[in-house]
Design a protein around this ligand. Structure first.
Ligand SMILES: *Cc1c(COP(=O)(O)O)cnc(C)c1O
Length: 241
């Protein structure tokens, strides 16, 4: 077997196992066959893996660093993938992200909304691209020591209003990473409550981006609509250089 064939077989098997877990958890949660969107987080893995995943039917991929994401997106432009930006984002990177991203999951402050609004407007003028799907990342940590990014819960309503008023940006919903060292259920339950308050004011902002390799079942139980799965599909990430 060639190297590419072996990797395809490995990715196919891991992808099928994750899809099986998603289907079981969705059925167990009584959500019928309303499957959440699977975003395969490909950070640190090569573009060749993403090409193989696309051939296996993957449509949504996630990245967390602009430099890596922009070069992969340029190389794989012909595949028609949706690129989801899931990492901390500096405002000065907004212009670059606007060129390839379908969604940004890590919006945590008004300054970033302003940067993205300007960048998307310029990009829409240039290419006619669609609106950017925007998720507000919420911090579910009380303890700053284990902080994994995001706006505090009380910062969500004003940020949502700002996003909803922005041209070219579409308020999709909320995103969170479960804090380390506590059961994910408590975190995702809190996120579901924050989502419900958001939807009460912005009825179309129903998306909940939650759930990674370790906790996707818990996230589905608490209403996740978008899952961000990396290592259980691609294997452990190569060491960062
Ligand atoms: C890396 C990453 C993921 C994927 O995590 P796995 O544990 O590898 O599934 C999901 N969300 C964010 C924000 C990430 O940075």
């Amino acid at each position: 077997m060639s190297e590419g064939t072996a990797r395809t077989a490995e990715l196919a098997e891991r992808l099928a196992a994750v899809k099986q877990r998603i289907e079981s958890a969705t059925a167990e949660a009584g959500r019928g066959d309303e499957l959440p969107t699977l975003i395969v987080v490909t950070k640190f893995h090569p573009a060749t893996d993403i090409r193989l995943l696309a051939a296996l039917g993957v449509r949504d991929v996630g990245e967390n660093r602009d430099q890596e994401a922009s070069s992969k997106a340029a190389e794989l432009a012909g595949l028609g993938l949706n690129w989801h930006f899931v990492g901390q984002l500096q405002s000065k990177k907004a212009k670059s992200v606007a060129k390839y991203a379908h969604a940004v999951h890590s919006i945590d402050r008004p300054g970033l909304v302003e940067g993205l609004e300007r960048a998307i407007a310029a990009e829409q003028e240039r290419t006619g691209r669609g609106a950017l799907q925007c998720f507000i990342q919420v911090s579910l940590d009380d303890d700053a020591g284990t902080h994994r990014g995001g706006a505090a819960p009380d910062e969500v309503p004003p940020l949502a209003d700002r996003l909803a008023a922005a041209d070219g940006l579409e308020l999709a919903g909320v995103m969170a990473v479960a804090p380390l060292g506590v059961p994910p259920e408590a975190a995702f339950e809190k996120l579901a409550a924050i989502s419900a308050s958001l939807v009460a004011v912005h009825p179309s902002a129903t998306a909940i981006s939650a759930g990674m390799s370790q906790d996707l079942e818990a996230a589905i139980r608490f209403g996740a609509t978008h899952l961000r799965i990396g290592s259980d599909i691609l294997g452990s990430r190569p060491a960062v250089g």
